[in-house]
Design a protein around this ligand. Sequence first.
Ligand SMILES: NC(=O)c1ccc[n+]([C@@H]2O[C@H](COP(=O)([O-])OP(=O)(O)OC[C@H]3O[C@@H](n4cnc5c(N)ncnc54)[C@H](OP(=O)(O)O)[C@@H]3O)[C@@H](O)[C@H]2O)c1
Length: 334
Amino acid sequence: MDTPAIPFSRPAPSEAPAATPDTHLTPGLGRVAIVTGATGFIGGAVASRLRDRGWRVRGITRPGSRKSLPAGVERVEARLVADEVTAALGRANVDGTRETAEAARRHGARLVHVSSHAVAGPAPAERPSLENDPPNPITSYGVSKQQAEDVVRSATELRWTILRPSAVYGGGDRAFLPLFRLARLGLFPLIQDPRVQYTLVHVDDVARAVEVAATSESAVGEAFFVGHPAPVAVGEMMAALAGVFGRRYRPVTIPSGLIWAAAMLGQGLSRCGWPQPLDGKLWRDLRAGGFVCSVGKARRVLGFEAAINLAEGLARTARWYVEHRWVGPVSAGP
Ligand SMILES: NC(=O)c1ccc[n+]([C@@H]2O[C@H](COP(=O)([O-])OP(=O)(O)OC[C@H]3O[C@@H](n4cnc5c(N)ncnc54)[C@H](OP(=O)(O)O)[C@@H]3O)[C@@H](O)[C@H]2O)c1
């Protein structure tokens, strides 16, 4: 289940008056960030980064949640949306965003809303998506993220920024995890055309983008894609993964009928409460022919550019998985 990771910030009352322009503050110093989804992959990375940069960070968790927050992040229990409502697909994204935007408005806080590249829909590397292209989501997830963006854009008296990360990978992510597990074993199943390209981004770059957005005046009222500037072809990524685990890259093409059947099975299991990486949503994404976005606006307006390239990002991620025993130990050779 996804919910927006929505950090918002305001100057700590005793340390800075509300009118202090963001751009003149030392990053993080004396600032308070409230992070929703801080028990999750992206929210956890955002909370950790802000904490490391001197922010006072509070993580919103669902009442009664036992999931851990990054060390040094204060737990604040709050129900963003009723659990029975979140059971309905997409409502967590839309209603959770509405609640959070309203709370930010009431407190005069900046809102950085983490949306998704999924709002833009598929686009090839030859014609990457731009922020002002009409939204074209192809999954119910993308539609719910678009609706959540609409909630943010229509909020009055709120200083908001929308970030649309592309596919995010890094320590703590479960979506790419199966690929790492298989690569460690020297298995490289191709479940789509290896030439199809994606914009990817490492989670640490996303966390940095959130801080930049939260502290930049020029970010207010704007939406930005967040991704590494170099799109990656599927085959290129698999070959790079082979390198990370010291394996020979020998891809095996899986027939699309088999993938479809596995996706439908995954869809059924996900609906029964056992979320699967391969489900109906991923199936539609896989058939879409690639998701590439332009990251020029973030560079021009915010001076932000993702810095972690594929080789470095995959190596960092693999190290995290091995250290946290999500992936078994790496042997010396093939
Ligand atoms: N991962 C990606 O590649 C990617 C790409 C683009 C955008 N995004 C966006 O980034 C955000 C975070 O994604 P993620 O990958 O970090 O997801 P994640 O690891 O599944 O984390 C989701 C977080 O949201 C919390 N949450 C879920 N439903 C909630 C609800 N009804 N009320 C309150 N909290 C709720 C979860 O809390 P519990 O721990 O209690 O479940 C968890 O902390 C999402 O908005 C997603 O759309 C993700």
